[in-house]
Design a protein around this ligand. Structure first.
Ligand code: HXC
Length: 260
């Protein structure tokens, strides 16, 4: 299959493995809408390509992704962000039928952590950090964090992470069941590929149906929760705290929240 030229991601193949690398290193792979659209295109292409059996999603050594692009989000209002319906792109990520393995190094924060959690298996390097720091900029997770993190690590740890914004190290994430395996950074991609190769040997149709069946318990009743989270996320764009939180991040200062 002919590859499209992307500006925010890289694609590669290794036998039956399709590899997608997030590639906006200057902003720690912040997830702009353009990046998300390219990601969905690449995922859908690999999902359709017969020779590809498993997809690996990775980022850079310093960051898998440090979240949604705050610079492009700070001026949104509840209505403007709702009308843009950016989450339609995110909905497509979770429709991919082939197994997706996340290979995570460095920061996986906010939307970055949420993107990791849409994957099926998570391999982390020792430097990986997982967190939902949205509360620090006056908002909440909007792409499944309140739902998937809670299912992965349980109510209390999820509450702690979402309410304090504090991230987990790779080893903590492993201990809490968010990560399958932690490896030294230089072995990250190789470990992800080794798991991918093992899966690629199995029946393609059984693999697809197995993933679909697991997601029925995990993702099945999630739609209502995602919808609720999304509405609350949109609603916060009517608050002064969202404006202040994002402005403060961009101006590299501490925010002063008024509660309005
Ligand atoms: C836009 C970002 C960014 C982001 C980092 N950058 N994260 N730009 N959106 N999410 C940019 C910085 O502005 C900076 O640009 C450059 O990347 C390097 O970042 P630094 O902050 O200088 O690096 P460092 O001091 O090492 O700190 C790393 C960091 C910090 C701890 C990860 O960047 C950080 O806190 N980032 C924001 C994390 C966050 O709040 N994520 C949640 C976003 S909201 P310049 O031009 O100055 O070099 C979200 C909601 C999801 O994800 C909703 C669903 C989509």
């Amino acid at each position: 299959m002919k590859d499209v030229t992307y500006r925010n991601i890289l694609t590669d193949r290794d036998g039956a493995i399709g590899i997608i690398t997030l590639n906006r290193p200057k902003v720690l792979n912040a997830l702009s809408h353009e990046l998300m659209e390219e990601l969905v295109m690449a995922l859908e292409d690999f999902d359709k390509e017969d020779g590809i059996r498993v997809i690996i999603l990775t980022g850079g050594e310093r960051a898998f992704a440090a979240g949604a692009d705050i610079g492009k989000m700070s001026d949104e209002t509840t209505i403007s962000i709702m009308l843009k319906d950016r989450f339609a792109t995110w909905d497509k990520v979770r429709k991919v039928k082939k197994p997706v393995i996340a290979a995570v190094s460095g920061y996986a924060l906010g939307g970055g952590c949420e993107l990791v959690m849409t994957c099926d298996i998570i391999i982390a390097s020792e430097s990986a950090q997982f967190g939902q720091p949205e509360i620090n900029i006056g908002v909440i997770p909007g792409a499944g964090g309140t739902q998937r993190l809670t299912r992965a690590v349980g109510k209390y740890k999820a509450m702690e992470m979402i309410l304090t914004g504090r991230p987990m190290t790779a080893y903590e994430a492993h201990q809490w069941g968010l990560v399958n395996k932690v490896v030294p950074v230089e072995l990250l991609l190789e470990e992800a590929k080794s798991v991918a190769r093992e899966i690629a040997k199995k029946s393609p149709v059984a693999t697809k149906l197995a993933k679909e069946a697991v997601l029925k318990t995990f993702d099945g009743p999630i739609s209502e929760g995602l919808e609720f989270e999304r509405k609350n996320f949109y609603m916060l764009f009517s608050s002064e705290d969202q404006k202040e939180g994002m402005k403060a991040f961009l101006e590299k200062r501490q925010p002063t929240f008024s509660g309005r």
